[in-house]
Design a protein around this ligand. Structure first.
Ligand SMILES: Nc1ncnc2c1ncn2[C@@H]1O[C@H](COP(=O)(O)OS(=O)(=O)O)[C@@H](OP(=O)(O)O)[C@H]1O
Length: 349
């Protein structure tokens, strides 16, 4: 951490503490709340801090990863196929998280834009493949023409300690996008993904607690820890100003994809090309899908690993988790100047 930078949120305020007014701008990150934590929350917050050193469990888009490994070959970006002219460049914008936030939906939507070329698989350069070097990374990228933006998404970057420094040393003016989602639903989504691969794992309710009788949440479990967004964001703000980070609402990306895409295109300095016209709500899928491009026959919904049915979780556990996350969420709203409204009862259903 650089000298003079704000301290990590070791003592976030308990729910209902004073001074939680939302910042209107981006300068609120200095205003760390100072109210004491409930003891159990103190313990879990501390364990969360300690666990930051732990290696993040991997995030993959199984279906895509299965099709093509990031082994140095480029992948065509864009919905309409763009001829493979141009040169490979290091990315100017990254979708850095969060796992299960809606990162694939965002990447696929922004790739429709003719001025964006993106690599389809997750390169995991700044976490797992850093030692391969920048030339390896550049080679993973698709070719771009002048004026086109190169992008990639790797959701684990957001929770990788070394990522901000590494990315900053590559390009300090890079644009960063984080898709955030109610951390309770995100945790359940994350668990659902693991469960789909390892059906023998314990229940969510078992994994979520260090001590269920005492109500001690296990913040060292990555499914829980990833959702402490304020903690991770603090790391990024040591290297990047808030103006270089866009926070996209994972919830709004589902109910109003065009609205969120307008913000993304503005942030990237792109013309608003991706609009309502590109989306339709697919009742079978239960999610918005991209309309079929003129040169293709099929509309494009995300694969079956996106939009999975979640197992039913004990409402008491949901309630406890909501309480656990509330002070961190408040802190996150204050740091970003955005209220994601996760405290509303229905938002983690
Ligand atoms: N249009 C559309 N179609 C399908 N799914 C959508 C869409 N928009 C957002 N989402 C939500 O994206 C969730 C998966 O998030 P990610 O793509 O970030 O997952 S991953 O980290 O890359 O594995 C996924 O989470 P689950 O519902 O838990 O499967 C979806 O809720």
């Amino acid at each position: 951490m650089r000298p003079g930078s704000p301290s990590p949120p070791e003592q976030p305020a308990a729910p209902g503490a004073d001074g939680w007014g939302l910042a209107s701008g981006g300068g609120a990150r200095d205003a760390w709340p100072r109210s004491p934590l409930a003891p159990s929350e103190m313990i879990t917050a501390q364990s969360a801090l300690l666990e930051r050193e732990a290696q993040e469990s991997s995030t993959t888009d199984e279906e895509l990863a299965g099709r093509r490994a990031a082994n140095g070959s480029s992948e065509r970006g864009g919905a309409a196929s763009t001829p493979d002219y141009g040169e490979k460049k290091l990315p100017q914008a990254l979708i850095i998280g969060v796992k299960k936030g809606g990162t694939r939906a965002l990447l696929e939507a922004i790739r429709v834009h003719p001025d964006v070329r993106a690599v389809g698989v997750e390169p995991h350069f700044f976490d797992r493949n850093y030692e391969k070097g920048l030339e390896w990374y550049r080679n993973v990228m698709p070719k771009t023409l002048d004026g086109q933006i190169t992008m990639e998404k790797t959701p684990s970057y957001f929770v990788t300690n070394e990522a901000p420094k590494r990315i900053h040393s590559m390009a300090k003016d890079i644009k960063l996008i984080v898709v955030v989602r109610n951390p309770v639903t995100r945790a359940i989504s994350d668990y659902t993904q693991t469960l789909s691969k390892k059906p023998e794992i314990p229940t969510f309710e078992v994994l979520a607690f260090k001590n269920r009788t005492l109500g001690l949440i296990d913040a060292s479990w990555s499914a829980i820890r990833i959702g402490i967004y304020a903690l991770h964001l603090e790391n990024w703000l040591q290297y990047f100003p808030l103006s270089q980070i866009l926070f996209v609402s994972g919830e709004r990306l589902i109910v109003d994809p065009a609205g969120e895409m307008a913000k993304v295109q503005d942030f990237l300095g792109l013309k608003r090309v991706v609009t309502e016209k590109h989306f339709y709500f697919n009742k079978t899928k239960g999610f918005p899908c991209l309309k079929k491009p003129e040169d293709s026959s099929a509309p494009r919904c995300l694969g079956k690993s996106k939009g999975r049915t979640h197992p039913r979780i004990d409402p008491d556990v949901i309630h406890r988790l909501r309480k656990f996350y509330k002070p961190f969420n408040m802190m996150f709203y204050q740091m970003t100047g955005q209220d994601f409204q996760w405290e509303q009862e229905d938002s983690d259903k």
